[in-house]
Design a protein around this ligand. Structure first.
Ligand code: GDP
Ligand code: IMO
Ligand code: MG
Length: 428
């Protein structure tokens, strides 16, 4: 077997899109296992740039087959828009894109509930794409799945039931007008016909492919610190981006995953609300944000920026069983005089070395820093690890030591070619 799971090990936007696309060359299938169009995965090839929200980043590689698994929540309009966007950019998905018949659907009432809830006190800073409310319906057992949509009678029946409940929530709790059944029904029946050619039981498909020893890439969205179980709850997304999510999100056994690759930035960013111990409050945040183009690929919101946090990455390595790490955006730190690494937190005069489960504790944690000298040389053209400035190598080897796993890839630019490989055998 040779199946590789790619997981974000911070708060998302680590550069998963670039790595997935890079590794797709070797893979036969690329499969998304959770999240929805809250994700924004960027792939840069020369002058060309793609931002993908639902379709796996491997689709850009000619001939590669891509699966949107049962663990993903699908907004049909967003998916059809993405298929069109890809076609206009010269990427035809016909015969290469497969959608799980067990995936749950996002409806406009989900986005409306997300929006309405965000306006209330205690906001999460969601992308307002209806992700949380769609997963809420799934767990509440009133969700509507792709297979339901494929049968007009079943769909009509389920939509009536769920819409009645969700309209009541919108009207009574949030004082918002509900939606009309007929309009929604007709609109989704139209989506059904457009999506039908892509729909299949993708668990059967992916298991068959794995049985034939073809290389399969499992693409996570978001990151471990946004995981509903292991993230900074409640400031998280509503799915499991951690590697465990790949099994239930695709219908494969845990024994089918051979390797897990964690993606980290050489610093940290966060878009959306929630605690962020190593956040920079100085003008340096703005400087790194501009150099690293740290604006949300989905919402365009400015991302908060902070120093590399080893406590966080150690937590991600443990809960996701990460075997090695890809360090992205090293080039963004090229001009800095000093670079800090957080090695622990100070909480009520004690040093904590493990990520606290309680978010209010994390909010009070003060980072303990080590200071490293910047390398003050451009790394963007470097292709070999040994050619990196020695101070950059020292910084990277400290990250490796603190994380407790080897580094397998260093990225020094958005383009697919700005990549330094330390390992040639990712899949095994
Ligand atoms: P994802 O959600 O994990 O796929 O990451 P995003 O696409 O949301 O954000 C990563 C951003 O960093 C994108 O704009 C990428 O093009 C860019 N990027 C990826 N790797 C590098 C790198 O090594 N250096 C620089 N400067 N940009 C990078
Ligand atoms: P990719 O795959 C970064 C954040 C939102 C918010 C929280 C909950 O591109 O790394 P949601 O809309 O999911 O209910 O929002 O999660 N968030 C992301 N942050 N990258 C993402 O995806 C994200 N997807 C969701 O900003 O804080
Ligand atoms: Mg992103």
């Amino acid at each position: 077997m040779s199946n590789l799971c790619v997981v974000g090990a911070q708060w998302g936007d680590e550069g998963k899109g670039k790595v997935i696309h890079f590794l797709s060359r070797e893979a036969e299938y690329i499969c998304r296992y959770q999240g929805g169009n809250n994700a924004g995965h960027t792939v840069v090839i020369g002058e060309d740039k793609f931002v993908l929200h639902l379709v796996p980043s491997g689709i850009i590689y000619p001939g590669k087959k891509c699966i949107i698994g049962n663990g993903v929540v699908i907004n049909p309009q967003a998916l059809l828009d993405e298929i069109k966007y890809l076609r206009e950019k010269g990427v035809d998905v016909t015969g290469r894109l497969f959608i799980s018949d067990m995936a749950h659907l996002i409806f406009p009432y989900h986005s409306m509930l997300d929006e309405a809830k965000e306006r209330r006190k205690g906001k999460i800073g969601t992308t307002k794409r209806g992700i949380g409310p769609a997963y809420m319906d799934k767990v509440d057992r009133v969700g509507i799945r792709v297979c339901d949509l494929m049968d007009k009678d079943i769909f009509a029946h389920k939509l009536k039931d769920t819409l009645t409940m969700r309209n009541a929530l919108l009207e009574k709790v949030y004082q918002r007008p509900g939606l009309k059944y007929k309009d929604l029904y007709l609109k989704y029946c139209d989506y059904a016909e457009q999506l039908r050619p892509y729909v299949t039981n993708t668990s059967i498909m992916v298991n068959e492919v794995m049985k034939k020893n073809k290389k399969v890439l499992l693409e996570g969205a978001q990151g471990v610190l946004l995981d509903v179980d292991f993230g900074t709850y409640p400031y998280v997304t509503s799915s499991n981006p951690s590697a465990g999510g790949a099994c239930v999100g695709l219908g494969i056994g845990p024994n089918k995953i051979d390797k897990i690759l964690g993606i980290i930035k050489a610093y940290v960013t966060r878009v959306g609300d929630g605690p962020f111990p190593t956040r920079l409050t100085s003008s340096l945040e703005e400087k790194i944000r501009e150099k690293g183009a740290e604006y949300g690929a989905t919402t365009k919101r400015p991302r908060r920026v902070g120093w590399f946090d080893a406590v966080m990455v150690k937590h991600s390595v443990r809960v996701s069983g990460i075997d090695s790490l890809a360090v992205m955006k090293l080039d963004v730190l090229d001009d800095l005089d000093k670079i800090k690494i957080c090695t622990g937190y100070k909480y009520k005069n004690k040093i904590i070395n493990e990520y606290p489960s309680q978010t209010v504790i994390l909010e009070e944690c003060k980072p303990c820093y080590e200071e490293w000298e910047g390398w003050k040389t451009s790394t963007v053209k470097i292709k070999k690890y040994q050619d990196l400035p020695s101070k950059a190598k020292k910084y990277l080897s400290r990250i490796k030591q603190l994380a407790g796993v080897p580094l397998s890839l260093i990225s020094v630019g958005a383009d697919k070619d700005a990549t330094i490989l330390l390992n040639k055998n990712f899949f095994k």
